[in-house]
Design a protein around this ligand. Structure first.
Ligand SMILES: [Zn+2]
Ligand SMILES: [Zn+2]
Length: 167
């Protein structure tokens, strides 16, 4: 039987859909992003990747992240720029979820659920649109930060009320 595919194809391991070749650097970063299940920024990923391969440099790591993003393997998030300008990476293998970000302490929660799929379906039918990618971010204050803010506001109100009023 004649071999239809070149033998090389088996070694190159093309990534699903995109046919992107996974070089060693790409595989290291993809594994890190897949495994942590967290939202890590490029700098943290660079340090983790260096533990796996000390020869990796910053430029390669940043370029690889860009390629993984372009190849549709990872998502780049800004998480409302809560902690500044850095971007965070997470695997696209995860089920669709919304990010719920505390603007006070920066805690990020993930919301998975049917309402997200429902929103996607409604948008598709409403605009006759084919949704490829959806990113939902919700900003606000976690219960801990709400309590802190309430206390601060109370204190501020008290300080204002004891100000001596001149006649
Ligand atoms: Zn908080
Ligand atoms: Zn996430």
């Amino acid at each position: 039987m004649p071999l239809k595919k070149p033998a090389r194809a088996a070694v190159a391991k093309p990534a699903a859909k995109t046919g992107m070749r996974l070089t060693r650097q790409r595989q290291i970063l993809l594994d890190l992003i897949d495994k942590t299940g967290e939202h890590l920024d490029a700098e943290s990923l660079y340090h983790l990747a260096r533990e796996k391969d000390p020869k990796l440099n910053r430029v390669t790591v940043y370029r690889t992240l860009k390629l993984l993003k372009e190849g549709g393997l990872v998502d780049e998030l800004d998480l409302m720029h809560q902690a500044g300008e850095q971007h965070y990476y997470e695997t696209r293998r995860k089920q669709e979820h919304a990010h719920v970000i505390c603007l006070g302490c920066g805690k990020v929660e993930e919301f998975f659920g049917e309402p997200l799929q429902q929103l996607r379906r409604q948008i598709e039918s409403h605009f006759a649109f084919q949704v490829v990618l959806a990113r939902t971010e919700v900003g606000g204050y976690c219960s801990h930060c709400q309590a802190m803010r309430a206390r601060e506001m109370e204190q501020a109100a008290r300080t204002n009320s004891v100000k001596p009023v001149r006649a």
